[in-house]
Design a protein around this ligand. Structure first.
Ligand code: CAP
Ligand code: MG
Length: 461
């Protein structure tokens, strides 16, 4: 890679360089936290100056030299921008690599880590745009986080489901159902062959249905479906609320009435997420995280935070499930980027792979895997593509693609389950299920009317 040269740096006139935040000769330590920022400097700002300024503001510096620096081990605590290169095929965008001494961050605290790394620095005048693309969290710091309590293996053991993706559905309409009707949707979906139903991100405890009413009717549906099918069934009860006290109360009640899983939304914040994960661990309850809100800062390609980094923070926090994209559904998703997210959540070690957006090698320090969840406008006619793109360890969730079935919810669930089973079978038989996918689905539909009806409506492509 080509290191950017800077005349102002060579001439020694860059202020942050003088302050020690740019060090082209720095040797990265195994215990350093490493960040890769995509930087668009303001016109006239030297890229190295911008990188050094980011290193300064996100670690120890303010806008001017302060004499109290000399009362600290300032050479150690200063973050070091150590490499800057041009981003291929862009104008005025640079990758800036910055190393942070691990002692800058409190053990086990995403809030503390992020207050530095995505703190003031994103509003900095010297940069027009800034995006945190990736982080290498060192082994030593990872060991201070709990990670998922169940992860993939224990969840499969609890559900007794192996060798296929898990299947779920979001109750629709998102808002407005009464508790009794809501419970019916859950029962029919589970009876039809799904493992899970789930609350939507924005259902908490509104006037049309308070949380207790929902939880009780949902669990009635779960228990009836489990008794009828002999399988373990669940429904994610969203405990997202205005206060921690409310969330704990809802989670306790969910557990008391027998739910194996609770759900939280990303918008509750990092500390609340970490607290709920500790609650889940203590109470043997799986924690599902819906990434509601993430697109407001992950979507722009030159500003914000790459979702890959959120995946890392959430696996460290200990969520067992996280929404991570579908590629083929109604929401934006680039296949390489989504593969990078899934690898980040599921592998035990990461290898640099720029095509997938993975910029650092990283050892996950035995933190358990986090189950990716795919949802957003998907249906059974895409089952071959979903199986191919997302692999086996994933929860496939069809909301509209279950509840929208013309013959009802149970038929919608059965169509999904049959489509999935026949694709897994084709895969196990070594067939080219991606190429033959449409035929495989059409053949299966001859013996399964719900699948035929679904394909007639949504089409296999
Ligand atoms: C899907 C969904 C999910 C989004 C989340 C919705 O419903 O319930 O919240 O898919 O997106 O509200 O749109 P459908 P992501 O299955 O009916 O589309 O997983 O990308 O975070
Ligand atoms: Mg939703």
């Amino acid at each position: 890679r080509t290191r950017i040269k800077s005349e102002r740096y060579e001439a020694g006139v860059i202020p942050y360089k003088k302050m020690g935040y740019w060090d082209a000769d720095y040797t990265v330590k195994e215990s350093d936290v490493l960040c890769l920022f995509r930087v668009t400097p303001q016109p006239g700002v030297d890229p190295i100056e911008a990188a050094a300024a980011i290193a300064g503001e996100s670690s120890t510096a303010t806008w001017t030299v302060v004499w109290t620096d000399l009362l600290t081990a300032c050479d150690v605590y200063r973050a070091k921008a150590y490499f800057v290169e041009e981003v291929p095929n862009t104008q005025n965008e640079f990758f800036a690599f910055i190393a942070y001494e691990c002692d800058l961050f409190e053990e086990g605290s995403i809030a503390n880590l992020t207050a530095s790394i995505i703190g003031n620095v994103f509003g900095f005048k010297a940069v027009k745009c800034l995006r945190l693309e990736d982080m290498r969290i060192p082994y030593a710091y990872l060991k201070t986080f709990i990670g998922p309590a169940a992860g993939v293996i224990v969840e499969r053991e609890r559900l007794d489901v192996f060798g296929r993706p898990l299947l779920g559905a979001t109750v629709k309409p998102k808002l407005g159902l009464s508790g009794k009707n809501y419970g019916r949707v859950v029962y029919e979906g589970l009876k039809g062959g799904l493992d899970f139903l789930k609350d939507d991100e924005n259902i908490n405890s509104q006037p049309f249905m308070r949380w207790r009413e929902r939880y009780l009717y949902v669990m009635e549906g779960v228990n009836k479906a489990a008794a009828k099918t002999g399988a373990v069934k669940g429904s994610y009860l969203n405990v997202t609320a205005a206060t921690m006290e409310d969330m704990y109360e809802r989670a306790e009640f969910a557990k008391q009435i027998g739910s194996v899983i609770i759900m939280i939304d990303l918008v509750i914040g990092y500390t609340a997420i970490q607290s709920m994960c500790i609650w889940g661990r203590k109470n043997d309850t799986i924690v599902h995280l819906h990434r509601a809100g993430h697109s407001s800062y992950t979507r722009q390609k030159n500003h914000g935070v790459n979702f890959r980094v959120i995946c890392k923070w959430m696996r460290m926090s200990g969520v067992d499930h996280i929404h991570a994209g579908t590629v083929v559904g109604k929401l934006e998703g680039d296949p390489n980027a989504v593969k990078g997210f899934y690898d980040t959540l599921l592998l035990t070690t990461l290898k640099e792979n720029r095509q997938l957006g993975i910029f650092f090698d990283m050892d996950w320090a035995s933190l358990r895997k986090c189950m990716p969840v795919a949802s957003g406008g998907i249906h059974c006619g895409q089952m071959h593509q979903l199986t191919h793109l997302l692999g086996e360890d994933v929860v496939l969730q069809f909301g509209g693609g279950t509840i929208g079935h013309p013959d009802g919810i149970q038929s919608g669930a059965t169509a999904n389950r049959v489509a999935l089973e026949c694709m897994v079978l084709a895969k196990n038989e070594g067939r080219d299920y991606l190429k033959e996918g449409v035929d495989i689905l059409k053949t299966a539909a001859k013996d399964c009317r719900p699948l035929q009806t679904a394909l007639d409506l949504w089409k296999a492509i």
